[in-house]
Design a binder for this molecule. Structure first.
Ligand SMILES: Cc1ncc(COP(=O)(O)O)c(C=O)c1O
Length: 339
């Protein structure tokens, strides 16, 4: 067996031993199948290739000090994938089947779960595609669900540090009543131009405004947004953002810490009043924001004057990571131990 340098891992793809697959045919889901091939063989007229019938999820498995492997809130990912299916007319996978697939793929690839000390994790990528030869714009007759895993490094290699994000008013990632609330590939294709431009300009992410009025904050390219002011955790409510499982968890933890959670439309100029701001999602848990540049308006909002994460972000980050790695009590039964 090759040895893996856990400290060198980035957010990339590394081949693991097995993946799990399941087909929807004749109106029902079949049994889970295990494969050691990274290749799928599909028809060139499959609807996923032409009309974007594709959805995916992202979650992680963590190895604790006790050597146990824990997966975080997979039922929430299962339910969100069902909501994606409803949003683009794909077959809905039962929550139990989703969870069984996750347990199986993690167990089969146990040797790829990074050790506790590395701060790395096993990234789990479930996806679903429409299959079957068809050229008309209509839902596919068949679907394939699969899950692969790959070890990924810690998001913050040089420590928990804030970065800059930008507002780009000429781009939207989703339409006002479009597919922004579900996790489908098309949203990410639509975010690539602005995302790459932001990266070239030295920003960690694009902070999108609501696509209808450009008046309210939406979310970042691959993460939700929250701000801290006084005793409040403030996060946007919108018809065009993905319901982040990390954000949902942080809202609960914030409340437990005595903060007031405000989930509501957030006028973008309110950012000038935030004492802390951050992106949140599975990848980083929390990625604090030091500065927000409204590029087209030539305006900068400095959030962190000393370039350090704020105390509330730090506390929430440590708490949630602690639960994920098994260092903190799992009061809400968010964690599944893989036996
Ligand atoms: C657009 C978008 N928003 C938010 C998130 C964060 O969601 P979660 O916390 O469930 O990873 C993600 C990542 O999944 C995302 O792609």
């Amino acid at each position: 067996m090759e040895s893996i340098n856990w400290s060198d891992l980035s957010f990339g793809y590394m081949k693991t031993d097995y993946n799990v697959r399941c087909y929807y045919r004749d109106g029902k889901w079949g049994e889970l199948e295990v494969s050691s091939s990274e290749i799928i063989n599909i028809h060139m007229a499959a609807t996923c290739l032409h009309y974007g019938q594709e959805s995916f999820e992202g979650l992680k498995a963590f190895k604790g000090k006790d050597g146990k492997i824990r997966v975080f809130r997979m039922d929430e990912n299962a339910k969100r994938m069902q909501s994606s299916s409803r949003g683009i007319k794909m077959a809905e996978l039962p929550v139990e089947k989703f969870e069984e697939a996750i347990r199986k793929v993690v167990k089969l690839n146990e040797r790829f779960v990074p050790p506790y000390e590395s701060g790395a994790a096993l990234y789990i990528r479930p996806l679903m595609i429409g299959l079957g030869a068809q050229v008309g714009v209509k839902p596919a007759p068949e679907y394939m669900f699969m899950v692969f895993v790959t070890p990924v490094g810690p998001y913050f290699k040089g420590g928990f540090k804030p970065s800059k994000v930008c507002i780009m008013r000429d781009y939207d990632r989703a339409a006002p009543h479009g597919t922004g609330t579900i996790k489908v590939g098309g949203n990410y294709a639509a975010s690539l131009v602005a995302g790459e431009k932001a990266k070239e300009l030295g920003y960690a992410a694009v902070l999108y405004l609501d696509p209808k009025e450009k008046k309210y904050l939406d979310e970042c390219g691959p993460a939700n947004f929250f701000g801290i002011r006084g005793n409040s955790y403030i996060t946007p409510q919108s018809n065009s953002i993905l319901p982040s499982i990390t954000n949902k968890s942080l809202q609960q933890l914030a409340e437990d810490m005595g903060l007031k959670v405000e989930r509501r439309p957030v006028p973008f100029d309110e950012i000038a009043t935030f004492e802390e701001a951050a992106e949140c999602g599975t990848a980083a848990v929390i990625a604090p924001i030091s500065q927000i540049d409204d590029i087209d308006m030539n305006k900068s909002y400095i959030i962190s004057k000393d370039g350090k994460p704020g105390p509330v972000c730090e506390k929430l980050y440590n708490k949630l990571r602690g639960i994920q790695y098994g260092d903190e009590p799992d009061t809400y039964n968010w964690v599944t131990t893989i036996e």
